[in-house]
Design a binder for this molecule. Structure first.
Ligand SMILES: Cc1cc2nc3c(=O)[nH]c(=O)nc-3n(C[C@H](O)[C@H](O)[C@H](O)COP(=O)(O)OP(=O)(O)OC[C@H]3O[C@@H](n4cnc5c(N)ncnc54)[C@H](O)[C@@H]3O)c2cc1C
Ligand code: FES
Length: 267
């Protein structure tokens, strides 16, 4: 009999890092070997299951940054080091990272959209010689929503990192940030050789749509832009149809799409 594809395995929580009041990063002990940008289904027995991006991975561990928004994520946030989560995956198509080698990579991430690309930035942080140049535009609603502050500070030592907030307030942030939507800063980006630019955009659908338009206006070719969808999902393996947009199963064919395809999926 074929193994049950819905059967999760138990993964111990190695550490919990609070990024903001509602976004916590869980490092889990497991040998998942995901690809950049893939997701996994995370469950709590008796409560439910939800898809979460794998925000980083290494020998014997994966990380997930989980925002507390409802039924399952509320319970996950009650767990601590040495507790367990249940995982199945990894699922979906990730980013074609080796195709970016030697190029100028621009990453535009909105809010929790920074999670699915964090492992890519860390990869190039460890191997900066594999890229010509990396620019990161990371946009958040307010200073209190900024994720991965420590990593942002480290990445800024090697890459051009611009952190933006929709509205600055009196909060004191350790990170220097500019006020405005990400779209406002795309025209100011230095892109010395357009044909060399490879662009990743991850965030809410409206942010991805308008940010992509800004890059297209700059002259970046559609086929050199990738986006990732956080479409509502259930099974994660092409069985339930919850994630379908027209005839596309986002869980199987995505969540990462080249823009030539994604432009027809973004409302
Ligand atoms: C491929 C993929 C990757 C994701 N990666 C992450 C991640 O790295 N970190 C993270 O915190 N979340 C991520 N999400 C979103 C996460 O799956 C939802 O927040 C989660 O399912 C909420 O479950 P819940 O039971 O706690 O909330 P529920 O009680 O089910 O819902 C609470 C509220 O959240 C809304 N909601 C539920 N699912 C989604 C969704 N997919 N998108 C937008 N709103 C939703 C509901 O409409 C409701 O308003 C991802 C989703 C997908 C599809
Ligand atoms: S989530 Fe069930 S088919 Fe995609």
């Amino acid at each position: 009999m074929a193994p049950n594809p819905y059967l999760p395995f138990k993964a111990e929580i190695i550490s919990v890092t609070r990024q903001t009041d509602i976004d916590w990063t869980y490092r889990l002990a497991c040998d998942l070997n995901p690809r950049w940008g893939q997701f996994a289904e995370v469950s709590i027995p008796g409560v439910g299951e939800c898809p979460i991006s794998i925000s980083d991975f290494g020998d014997g561990y994966i990380e997930m940054t989980i925002r507390r928004v409802g039924k399952v994520t509320d319970v996950i946030h009650q767990l601590d080091q040495a507790d367990h989560l249940f995982i199945r995956g990894p699922y979906g198509q990730g980013f074609p990272v080796p195709d970016f080698y030697g190029h100028h990579l621009v990453i535009a991430a909105g809010g929790t959209g920074l999670a699915p690309v964090k492992s890519i930035i860390n990869h190039f942080y460890r191997h900066p010689e594999r890229l010509n140049r990396l620019d990161l535009l990371a946009g958040f609603k307010s200073p209190a929503d900024i994720l991965f502050k420590e990593e942002l500070a480290n990445w800024a030592k090697l890459f051009n990192v611009l952190v933006t907030v929709d509205k600055k307030n009196s909060e004191n942030t350790a990170i220097d940030c500019k006020e405005g939507l990400i779209t406002k800063f795309v025209p100011e980006l230095e892109i010395p050789q357009l044909a060399e630019a490879r662009v990743i955009i991850v965030g809410p659908p409206v942010m991805m749509k308008f940010t992509a338009q800004e890059f297209l206006k700059r002259g970046v070719a559609e086929e050199n832009i990738w986006v990732s969808f956080e479409r509502k999902m259930c099974c994660g393996i092409g069985k339930c149809g919850h994630c379908k947009i027209d005839n596309t199963y986002v869980c199987l064919e995505g969540p990462v799409f080249n823009y030539t395809r994604a432009k027809n999926l973004l409302d």
